[in-house]
Ligand binder design. Sequence first.
Ligand code: CDP
Ligand code: MG
Length: 133
Amino acid sequence: MIEQTLSIIKPDAVERNIANKIKVFFEKNNLKILKSKKVKISKEEASEFYKAHQTKPFYKELCNYLSSGPIVVMILEGENAVSKNRQLMGATDPSKAEEGTLRKMYGLSIGKNSVHGSDSAENGKTEIDFFFK
Ligand code: CDP
Ligand code: MG
């Protein structure tokens, strides 16, 4: 099934100028970048975006981090794009991510793990609307 998902290149990756490498990696792996823009969001916007995590101990740090610098937000489209993107990203903790995944290649820590990807088709729609509506 062809579907869409939201991808974010997080501040640690934008800062290191590897956004383009990450985009090429998606395209090479058959995820088409339908839309892409570089933005900087406020702490309030980050808190809204990550509200599903509001009870987690890392929530505040996470929101501070996502709003700390420019990010690149993208709509990816392809066969099973949600799960495909999650596979390409690898585990949340880069030290546990499989070889060849983005987080293994580029992630610095569990917080600064270079990329975000929607975790379901439904959340994908909500997250795409958040940035592109
Ligand atoms: O991003 P992913 O869906 O893999 O993980 P999540 O459980 O939805 O957590 C969202 C983000 O919170 C992660 O990507 C990390 O940046 C951050 N996080 C953290 O800083 N410390 C944790 N123990 C777990 C997640
Ligand atoms: Mg998640």
